[in-house]
Design a protein around this ligand. Structure first.
Ligand SMILES: Cc1ncc(COP(=O)(O)O)c(C=O)c1O
Length: 404
């Protein structure tokens, strides 16, 4: 096929969208022999393959007409009912059917939310650092990003308040705040209860929407679950994205978004023109998986599995990384965030690490202001203990060499 030069014909949205830095890393991760702590994907060892085979066989025998058919854009009604119960019983989110749309991954939930809420140049605040899937969706809607520091208690809402005041004085249209409240990607930090409450107050005061992206909330290894931001909000200002990717099977692409009914209706209309509906078979499989009690058991099993891996990585870090390097101990999720001394650049370190067949994600792409050069993200979710041990030992050696 001949190449074309149609730059002038592309839409504003296509020009605003930028590729994810993680995709580039994923290409390296697949190289033979690469010891990777880069990908934040779940461990296939805990995928419920056998249960999915059993459920699928049963469905295809008894319910093929429904499971293989197109479905309603908002999702399978019984699944939405089940999820409404789960939301109330497990997360303390009071909602019914009208508050829920099933999406192809929470990534689609974020995309739909941005489509219905963001006008070109609307400002959305995000963490420094934050997950680039979230920032990418805002940018694809031609929104503008502003950064707020993330510390041990998550997004710094005092700093957010100062910035909101400043932008308001300048007459800029701020639309919302994107937040990952639990075991944030990439830092592993959790937003404190006080800050959750403060965030809700700020949203009401400054007329904002909160994009609450919570794919890791079920993966808590210790400590008490904190109430979701949406459960603290009395004004319908939160759009809350949950995912089954980390506790079920990401390849089935089933997730759900909870929000005020009129916002959900608009998201459903937007979704009609994207994919008509989320995969019916996958929704019915998930429905049976939840109804039979297997999902709740699987969450417990996953937590034990990932806790072991987290503990293992922490032991390796303590054994191999020099004292000038700092890291956090997350209470759940998939990630540990590393702070290098100012003399070491994480992108340079990554280039050398790849020559030694070790991969991680350098911190800079997670910072929309271009900072974070001395940070990187490690994930313990996907690789086995042998790879984790060898990769951390190699990285420790490379860092020590740079410190000399
Ligand atoms: C913070 C965050 N949000 C959303 C997603 C996307 O998840 P899903 O598979 O539900 O689309 C990820 C995936 O890694 C993530 O880390």
């Amino acid at each position: 096929m001949s190449t074309s030069n149609l730059q002038h014909l592309y839409s504003k949205s296509a020009c605003c969208a930028v590729p994810s830095a993680i995709r580039e890393i994923n290409k390296l991760v697949d190289l033979p022999g690469m010891k990777s702590l880069a990908g934040g994907w779940p461990d296939p060892a805990v995928f419920p393959g056998q249960e999915i085979i059993r459920i699928t066989n049963k469905l295809l025998k008894n319910k093929a007409g429904k499971a293989l058919q197109y479905g309603a854009t908002e999702g399978v009604t019984e699944l939405r009912q089940e999820l409404a119960h789960l939301a109330a019983d497990r997360y303390g989110i009071a909602c019914d059917l009208d508050h829920i749309v099933i999406t192809a991954g929470s990534a689609q939930g974020m995309d739909l939310a941005c489509r219905v809420l963001i006008n070109p140049d609307d400002v959305v605040f995000v963490g420094l650092p934050t997950y680039f899937g979230g920032t990418g969706a805002v940018m694809a809607a031609c929104g503008q990003l502003q950064g707020v520091a993330v510390d041990d208690n998550g997004l710094n809402t005092r700093q957010l308040e100062d910035q909101l005041q400043r932008l308001k004085k300048n007459g800029q249209q701020v639309k919302g705040v994107y937040v990952i409240p639990n075991f944030q990607n990439p830092t592993g930090t959790t937003l404190s209860l006080e800050r959750r409450q403060h965030l809700v107050e700020l949203a009401e005061h400054y007329d904002l929407v909160i994009f609450e992206d919570d794919p890791y909330g079920d993966l808590r290894f210790e400590g008490d679950h904190l109430p979701p931001v949406i459960s603290l909000d009395a004004h319908g200002r939160v759009v809350h994205m949950r995912s089954m990717s980390k506790t079920f099977a990401p390849g089935l692409r089933v997730a759900w978004t909870i929000g005020p009914p009129e916002m959900i209706r608009k998201m459903v209309v937007a979704k009609q023109f994207i994919d008509v509906a989320t995969n019916s078979l996958a929704q019915y499989i998930l429905l049976e998986f939840i109804r039979s009690g297997q999902w709740a058991k699987r969450v417990q099993l996953n937590n034990q599995h990932y806790k072991r891996k987290r503990d293992f990585m922490l032991v390796q870090l303590a054994a191999h990384f020099p004292e000038q390097v700092q890291w956090n101990q997350p209470d759940g999720g998939f990630f540990i965030f590393i702070q290098l001394p100012q003399t070491i650049d994480a992108a340079n370190l990554l280039a050398e690490a790849i020559e030694h067949n070790v991969a991680f994600v350098a911190g800079e792409p997670f910072f929309i202001d271009g900072s974070g050069a001395h940070t990187f993200r490690l994930s313990y979710s996907q690789s086995g203990e042998t790879v984790i041990a060898a990769a951390v030992a190699e990285l420790g050696k490379l860092i020590k060499k740079r410190l000399k």
